[in-house]
Design a protein around this ligand. Sequence first.
Ligand code: MG
Length: 263
Amino acid sequence: MKYCRLELDGRAEWGLVEERAGKEWITALLASPWRMEPTTVLGVPVGEARLLAPVAPTKIVCVGRNYRDHAKELGNEVPKEPLLFLKPPSSLLGAGGVVRMPRVAERVDYEGELAVVVGRRIHRLKADEDVQPYLHGVTVANDVTARDLQKKDGQWTRAKGFDGFCPVGPVVSTEVTAAAIDAGLVVETRQNGELRQHGSTADFIFSLRELLVYITAAITLEPGDLLLTGTPAGVGPVAAGDEVEVTVAGVGSLRNRFAAEEE
Ligand code: MG
């Protein structure tokens, strides 16, 4: 199943995305998809919907430097333990949304990532436990980062947390399993159509299970929470007017345009 979130009559609604007669349609749902109580309200063609981020997390937990080649490209050591940080839910943006680059930042980078959506509360996951029952699905994210502020501030809250710095979508797919993530999903980023990042989740330094064990020893994850799993090598700066497209094979392509901060 593929789920999205869309704006209908000024309200955020959940939707089920299905192909019918060669066209993708959204069926609006009355309940959040992890409750699995869908009720049809009406159908909307995907191309005509205003898509929102297809998640409603209480928190967005992120992992830094989880691909060896990306850790090295910024001159950092390969971490011995997962490097965690948070992005605020206010940074979420849907597919097609415009990322506003704050004037205070001199360099804003894209970071294409696989994101995992939690389906069941996870508290102190055991090292030998199967993670699959705890997952709702996966989606595509761009961990937008003000690179100069990340260095200047000494911690990453502002650099990673501006409004709109977490584009996610277009859909959550429940068809991708934890085993498929371990086996390797291709994550690619294109800037104005040029390939900038190409990685595989098989090259994670810490596997999804290791990440969830480490995270939930400290932080209980709730249904709907989002985990950004890190970015492969090839991060780089964007300019106003650029379009960045992050693709996770079998899940979807997340496209966003970047623009200068509004007056
Ligand atoms: Mg990142």
